[in-house]
Structure formats: structure tokens, C-alpha cells
Design a protein around this ligand. Structure first.
Ligand SMILES: [Fe+2]
Length: 289
């Protein structure tokens, strides 16, 4: 082999024992070969979230990379899409709601997973950094498998078979929420989607706590507000500093989150006069069980 033509070696740098890794030496402007893909995929399962660093990608290249991980699905928020790429949505602090006011994104600033109100929610959430503030604005990811396993046995037994009812937004969370989402929920005739509160990873068989508080109308058997309080208490108990990390973005990072064993939250600790601009792609998953 011509040594000069050899590609840089793939390197996986773990950030914490339980969560997070940075991967370098992968050229995403072309399809990953099987060995490279397997290395990335294994690192993703082990570390719950990985960031592939250092690729300046067109939307088409970003989408082609995402497609290597499975079938893509539409973002249920159709308001902010990359032009000509309906499967890529835009996350920006410069979005406006239909009332002309800055769009509220507070629900993304607390621990959640995406699209729990869909029967087949995304197994992977992918984020790609286009433009970033000078500091802050990191994305936090928590290993909810470790969080579940750390609970006292009695607590695990209490929650393991709980089911949640999921809608676009919980009735207990409508006050002060994005008016477009509230309007869409009030007009919706779709029955709530029933999901497990603790899901089993289809590849590894491990269990993880999994919910979106703002989309949880109720845990079956509880009232809506009681449900919100119960879930908040569960987060306080289960999420420990050693289980989560904040991804400090660099332009050209592609962060992949394995939603089957993670929850995440966006960081809003940055100068809002600066632009934080990410592109999101969702990869469809199985029916959670
Ligand atoms: Fe999210």
C-alpha cells in the first residue's frame, strides 16, 4: 500500500467511564467502510453518545452519513427544515414562533429523549454543528442505563413495569409552552402513545430509564401533575454527575446519541446575541419495549 495515501487512523477517546467519546480520523465525506462503521457503532453502544470530529459536511453528505445508521424519519416539528432537505431540521436560537416572538425551547433545556409520542421514536438523534457561540451551548447526555442500574432494587422494582402516556405536550406543561405546540396538541385527535418508562436495549438487552417529561401526560395510574412530580424526583435520584457529560461543541462535530440508553438536554448558557446553529437528523428505531 502507498503509505502516503493511507487514511488517518480512527481514534476513540473516552471522556468518562460511563458516557461520551470523541472519535477522530474518520472521513465522513464518503461512506464509512465496514470496519470503520463497526468501530463507531461499538463505541456508540458502549459510551451512549459519540462525537465524530473534524468533518465539514454539506447537508447531503451529513444525510448520507446518517443513512448508514438506518432509515431516517421526519422531525415532527416541520417548521424549521434545511431547504431542499426535509429530513434535516435546524436547531437555532434565532427561530421565531408564528406569533413573531422568539420560539420557546425550554423543554429541550431539561433532561428528555426525543419524540416519545411516536410509536417508533428515533433510536439515534444526530446533531451537526454549523455555527457556535464563543462559549457554552453544550449538549448534555446522560447514560440512563447506568442511572437505572444505580437505583436501589426497591425503586427499580417500582418503576420497571410502569407505562407512560405520551402526547405532543402534557396538559400539566401547557402553561408558558410554545403556543404552536399547545395549539397542535389541542387540535389533535390522536390517542396518547403508550410507552415503557424503562426500556430494554434491542442490541444489548440492558434496561434504561426513558421518558420526556413535557410529553408525558401521565404514568398510567397517576394524575398528570403527580406524574410530573414523580418524574422530576426520579431524575433527581437517578442522574448523577458521573453518568453524564456535556459535549463542548466544535464546528464540524457530528454528535450521535443512542436514545435507547440515553437522555439529553440542550445548554442555553451562552450569549444569546451569538448564533448557535445545529442540524438534526433522526434515525427511526424499534417499538420500545
Ligand atoms: Fe432533544
Amino acid at each position: 500500500m502507498n503509505v502516503l495515501a493511507r487514511e488517518p487512523a480512527i481514534k476513540v477517546q473516552k471522556l468518562k467511564d460511563h458516557v461520551g467519546a470523541i472519535i477522530t480520523g474518520v472521513d465522513l465525506t464518503k461512506p464509512m467502510d465496514k470496519a470503520t462503521f463497526d468501530t463507531v457503532y461499538d463505541a456508540l453502544l458502549e459510551n451512549v453518545a459519540v462525537a465524530i470530529r473534524g468533518n465539514i459536511l454539506t447537508p447531503a453528505q451529513y444525510q448520507a452519513t446518517a443513512e448508514q445508521f438506518g432509515e431516517l424519519m421526519e422531525d415532527q416539528n416541520r417548521l424549521y427544515l434545511v431547504e431542499g432537505h426535509p429530513l434535516i431540521s435546524v436547531l437555532s436560537n434565532r427561530h421565531k414562533a408564528s406569533d413573531g416572538k422568539p420560539a420557546k425551547v425550554a423543554n429541550n433545556a431539561t433532561w428528555h429523549t426525543d419524540h416519545t409520542n411516536q410509536e417508533y421514536p428515533p433510536k439515534f438523534t444526530m446533531l451537526y454543528a454549523v455555527e457556535l457561540p464563543d462559549s457554552g451551548g453544550g449538549t448534555a447526555v446522560c447514560n440512563m442505563r447506568a442511572a437505572y442500574e444505580s437505583l436501589p432494587e426497591e425503586k427499580r422494582r417500582q418503576i420497571v413495569d410502569m407505562k407512560t402516556e405520551n402526547t405532543l405536550i402534557s396538559s400539566a406543561r401547557m402553561e408558558g409552552a410554545n403556543p404552536d405546540i399547545v395549539k397542535a396538541q389541542k387540535a389533535s385527535t390522536k390517542p396518547p402513545t403508550i410507552q415503557p418508562l424503562v426500556r430494554t436495549h434491542p442490541d444489548t438487552g440492558t434496561k434504561a430509564i426513558w421518558f420526556h417529561k413535557a410529553k408525558t401526560e401521565r404514568i398510567i395510574g397517576m394524575e398528570p401533575q403527580e406524574t410530573q412530580d414523580f418524574l422530576e424526583d426520579l431524575l433527581q435520584t437517578a442522574i448523577r454527575p458521573e453518568f453524564h457529560f456535556v459535549h463542548e461543541w466544535q464546528v464540524g462535530d457530528m454528535l450521535i446519541i443512542d436514545n435507547r440508553s440515553a437522555m439529553h438536554k440542550a445548554g442555553f448558557d451562552f450569549d444569546r446575541s451569538q448564533h448557535r446553529h445545529l442540524r438534526r437528523i433522526l434515525v427511526r428505531g424499534d417499538r420500545p419495549s
